[in-house]
Structures are given as structure tokens and as C-alpha cells.
Ligand binder design. Structure first.
Ligand SMILES: [Ca+2]
Ligand SMILES: [Ca+2]
Length: 426
């Protein structure tokens, strides 16, 4: 099984390296060693205001550079930046002056998608210092597997809350915290597909837990909150509306953005997006997904467009999410009519791993940096650089399409043009 729709499949562009770093790991480690600290804090001005292509309309400021693979970014109420590092196995915190390491786990020798991938902060982290991590512990008997651990860290001591089988691919691992301090956690299907429909399995799920690791009071079975997921690698909790959003990596195409509701089934592996999936052959089909038990996505991205969505966050009432393959940040807005619309609001030359919002700015991580993004505004609106709903498909295969309403949701237009895009991503 190729797992073609997954975020990491983008690595094919760079060959066999398991992680698409800006520099090969040995080079980056050498660079880090030469630099002595391995971390360089930049107080640099904006990198660029607008590209010749007109795609960039936002000001970028590199806040932190030469990091060891920052994966999940979290921003404390006091503005401190926290992130976890794929290569070093460290969780680090930057308060604007100094960087400290607050957690460490041994990095995986051959990680692929395993390792220290998830980080979330307790709402009271500024006072209590509590945070949560999701990381893989290797098994010498099973070098391609291991165990994913969800752990709460307080006063430097970790309490393991949950163990989830690990695999080289499809580990999920994102964590977000609701306004009561409870955890939403995504898990992948370990490429096994069918466990995603088994409420007794922790694979292919979104979980909901109390801060002590016990199941929340709105789950289906144990900590299982929603089922039918392939590999969710972005979670965004909207405290204003008490809604949870998730990005989903599907196979090859039809990546999704979903509004997650307790007890709902999001269809994998019988469906991906609004189309049926041929589980036996491991291939997408063009047949509609007609099972009424499945909840359709609010955004579906297809037609030669494998977005490989990663992090997501709420900002000014809208949902922002990152497309790994294209280095884009998208914004989804819900119109008064109920329609969801997706727009690209920023494009970078890097892979984007996570996006977070804090006090009027977005921050994102690529494989070496934390970057602050000040989106252009006109009349109070963020200026989109690309309206995906109006895009046309250069292949003529129907990039612009409406998704039928499902589960009370409304149609969304979501498609992207490649014809006008730089070729660097393909
Ligand atoms: Ca995050
Ligand atoms: Ca789905």
C-alpha cells in the first residue's frame, strides 16, 4: 500500500529521505554543531512582502531558525512559543529572550512518520507549566512499529496517559485542548485501514480525554470520540463555538477538512471525501459515497491536488490550515448561507508543518523555522492570494465542484488550480 495521499508522500520529490528537511540531516547537524547552540534566534525584518508572481501578500518574519525539525507549534497565553522537534526529540520553549528545553525523548532511528510529533499546552500552562506530548517509543523486536505514547508533563515529570500502536506511517499524533482543558487526540490507521471502523480500536480515530487521561463523557467507547479516519494530522478547537475541526490525509487525493462531532463516522476506508474507496484494491473510485452513516467533509481537495494537509488553527473566527505539498496556508470561512469556502491566503517555498494564531498574527513551522505571518488586510479582511473556489482545473477533470450537503452541513466549493502555480511543488 502506497499511502500516497499522506503528507509525507511529498518526500518522493526529494528521493528516499524519510523527512523532507531543507538540508540533509547530517548537514543540518553539522551546521548546528558548528553554530554551537544549534539554535539561532533571529530578530530579522520581513523576508519579503510580495513575490513577482503576486502570490505572497503577507509579511513574513523568521522568529526562530536552525531548529531540529519543529513539528507541532503551540503558543502560550503569555506569548511564549513552544514546539517539539522531530530530530532532537526535544520540546522547547522560547519566551522572546531565551530558549529552554522542557522535555526530551529519544528520537527514532528510522522515523518515517514516527517520533515526537504532538504537543499541546494546558490552558493554564503559564501558571502550572503543564503540557501534553505524543511520541513514539521504539521496540527493538519491531523496528518498524513501536508504541505511541500520550503523556502529560508537569514539573518535568511525565505521566503516560495512553498507549497506541505505532507504525512507520499513519500515526496521527496531533493534540488540541478544549476550553475545559480536555484533550482531543488524533490517531492514524497504521495503514491497516479497517481498524478505523472498529470502535474498540484506538487506530484511525479522534479521541477525547479528561486531563488525567480518563475518557471524556461524550465518547463512543473508551476515549473514542469519532471514527473512520485515515490519518488526521491537524486539529483545531474553536472555543467560541465549541467546535472541533480536523484535516485528513487521504490516499492520493481527496484530502479533507472535517467538522468533527461526537460519535460521527468519517467514512474511511469505505470512502474518502465524497467518493467511495475500493478497499480491496486499495484505490480511489469515482463512485459516490452514499452511506448515510458517514459524515462528509466540509472541504475536499482533489483533481490532481494532493494537499497533504497538516496543522490547523482558528483565527478571527475562521479556520486556517496548512497544505504540506504546496507550502500553502488556506483559510476556510463559513458564509451566512452556510457554505464553506476555501481560499489560499499565503504561499511559501517550504513545507508547512503547523500553523497557530496569537494576537493578530499567524505563526507556522517548516522544517527549520518558526515564522510569523502578518496577513495583509483590506477593510478588516485578510486578503486572499488565491480564491480556490474560482480556480480552474488545467486538466479539465473538474477541479471546481460542489460537495453535496451531508449531516446538516452545506456544500463547499473547494478546488485549486495548478496551472498558475509555480512548478516547484511538482
Ligand atoms: Ca499546534
Ligand atoms: Ca472522510
Amino acid at each position: 500500500m502506497s499511502g500516497r495521499g499522506l503528507m509525507w508522500q511529498a518526500r518522493r520529490r526529494g528521493g528516499v529521505s524519510p523527512v523532507p528537511a531543507c538540508l540533509p540531516l547530517p548537514s543540518r547537524r553539522l551546521l548546528a554543531a558548528l553554530l554551537g547552540l544549534g539554535l539561532v534566534v533571529l530578530a530579522a525584518p520581513a523576508l519579503h512582502a510580495e513575490s513577482p508572481t503576486g502570490w505572497r501578500t503577507a509579511e513574513e518574519t523568521v522568529v526562530l531558525d536552525d531548529l531540529e525539525g519543529p513539528v507541532d507549534l503551540a503558543i502560550a497565553p503569555d506569548g511564549a512559543l513552544w514546539w517539539n522537534e522531530f530530530y532532537s526529540g526535544d520540546v522547547r520553549r522560547y519566551d522572546g529572550e531565551t530558549i529552554e528545553t522542557t522535555f526530551h525523548t529519544d528520537p527514532i532511528e528510522d522515523p518515517v512518520e514516527r517520533g515526537l510529533v504532538g504537543l499541546a499546552l494546558d490552558p493554564e500552562v503559564t501558571d502550572n507549566g503543564v503540557f501534553y506530548v505524543y511520541y513514539t517509543v521504539e521496540d527493538p523486536e519491531d523496528p518498524a512499529g513501536g508504541t505511541n505514547h500520550l503523556a502529560r508533563v508537569e514539573d518535568g515529570q511525565q505521566t503516560r496517559l495512553l498507549e497506541i500502536p505505532a507504525h512507520q506511517r499513519h500515526n496521527g499524533g496531533r493534540i488540541t485542548v478544549d476550553d475545559e482543558g480536555r484533550l482531543f487526540v488524533s490517531t492514524g490507521d497504521n495503514t491497516e485501514r479497517h481498524p478505523a471502523q472498529d470502535t474498540g480500536s484506538l487506530l484511525g480515530k479522534i479521541l477525547h480525554l479528561d486531563p488525567d487521561g480518563t475518557p471524556a463523557n461524550d465518547t463512543i467507547e473508551g476515549p473514542v470520540y469519532s471514527i473512520g479516519h485515515r490519518n488526521v494530522y491537524g486539529l483545531a478547537y474553536d472555543a467560541e463555538t465549541d467546535r472541533l475541526f480536523a484535516t485528513e490525509n487521504n490516499d492520493l487525493e481527496r484530502d479533507e477538512v472535517n467538522l468533527i462531532e461526537a460519535g460521527h463516522n468519517y467514512g474511511w476506508p469505505d470512502c474518502q471525501g465524497t467518493k467511495a474507496y475500493d478497499v480491496q484494491r486499495g484505490e480511489p473510485t469515482d463512485e459516490p459515497c452514499e452511506d448515510p452513516d458517514y459524515t462528509d467533509p466540509i472541504g475536499e481537495f482533489y483533481a490532481n491536488y494532493t494537499a497533504a494537509p497538516t496543522g490547523a488553527t482558528m483565527f478571527d473566527g475562521d479556520l486556517y490550515w496548512a497544505a504540506w505539498n504546496q507550502g500553502e496556508i488556506h483559510r476556510m470561512t463559513r458564509a451566512d448561507s452556510g457554505e464553506w469556502r476555501d481560499r489560499v491566503v499565503h504561499e511559501t517555498d517550504d513545507r508547512i508543518h503547523d500553523v497557530e494564531a496569537h494576537e493578530g498574527a499567524l505563526y507556522y513551522t517548516n522544517w527549520t523555522q518558526v515564522v510569523r505571518l502578518d496577513l495583509g488586510r483590506t477593510d478588516g479582511e485578510h486578503v486572499p492570494v488565491h480564491d480556490s473556489a474560482k480556480a480552474t482545473d488545467p486538466t479539465g477533470s473538474g477541479a471546481v465542484s460542489e460537495i453535496p450537503a451531508a449531516s446538516g452541513l452545506v456544500p463547499v466549493l473547494a478546488a485549486l488550480a495548478l496551472a498558475t502555480r509555480p512548478e516547484a511543488r511538482r
